[in-house]
Design a protein around this ligand. Sequence first.
Ligand code: ADP
Length: 400
Amino acid sequence: MIATGDAVLVINAGSSSIKFELFDAQQVPGALYAGQVEGIGAAPRFSAKDAAGARLADQRWSEGGAPGDHGAALRVIIGWLAGVLAGRRIAAIGHRVVHGGPDLAAPVLVDATVMERLGALASLAPLHQPHNLAGIAAAAEHFPGVPQVACFDTAFHRAHAWEADTYALPPEFYARGIRRYGFHGLSYEYIARSLAQTDPALAAGRVVVAHLGNGASLCAMHDGRSIDSTMGFTALDGVPMGTRSGQIDPGVLLHLMASDGMDTTAVQKLLYGNAGLKGMSGISQDVRDLEASADPRAAAALSHFCWRVRREVGALAAALGGIDALVFTAGIGENAASIRARICAGLGFLGIEVDPALNDANAPDISAPGATTRVLVRATDEEGMIARHVLALLQRSEKA
Ligand code: ADP
């Protein structure tokens, strides 16, 4: 039962960071505090800010005592939260979990059986799932009896038609889970929801959302539901990303393994960590660095990125049978006007045309006057979406 002053904590545990947001349960989605421990296992740094963006904490450890693993990092966060909770009770904790497998299409209350089930999915997302689960285990240990809710990046895509999700392999591969799952689902769900509130007619139509951050993907939505996405079995597929390759001919990998003797670890390192904008430019994974650089490799990396994203907009418009709106979101999508302009250039055949002044201002609607397809810029809020899911699940379980 949610009481006045109760808080919901949202935890997003990644490979080397734990991000958190604390919400007043009655004022979701406006977070009271947000922060993170980054650099876990290397040079950890804890930072936190309040709702107005004022920095409340910024700590590094030079003389020992640094959190060495996820459990210790969470202890740092909890220790800090204790000072700002001011008598609030943490009523529930929501966790971002990358993989819900083929069956989990909605958030779930975590118990030992669910943990076991999610653990079994680790082989589908070995670089992310174990860290997500470590976050849940550490939170459950610190807050015994507080409901822990797992929210999945894959869940929003679970209603795809078989044609969209299968690979062209014998059916037994699909049956054992080798299929296209799609990710960034919490972000797409948030965008679908916010569009339904601000522009219900558009939300009911055919919308392509481009989530362009360090991780990047695009989603085709019809009437607020995902019908296809550029990410597949893993979060490696689709468009190039900060350090990930995006789609690559599997024949290239066979060639690298057969001719260069690369093993699984070497291929994994290349595709996840040394490809994408960083690998192509040799400079940085950050669009801001590349835009500021005079090195031709930086310009080349950005050109390729824009080309591939534009191609996927076209592919997803084809999957939808047309397009009523293109929505840009996440770090690059929300802030990089020149990248948006370059992606949209050449999409006039889909009715897409951007107004340069509105685009430069990161306006919410950057469509040129008279353009038949709307082009929107929306901030995403995965943590706010998780907090909403947590409350909805608590309310449902109270009624049951
Ligand atoms: P994550 O996937 O880690 O959540 P974000 O959605 O925060 O990432 O996106 C981070 C990326 O957004 C940065 O690496 C950078 O490339 C890009 N970005 C952020 N702000 C800007 C900006 N003002 N101009 C251009 N690119 C930006």
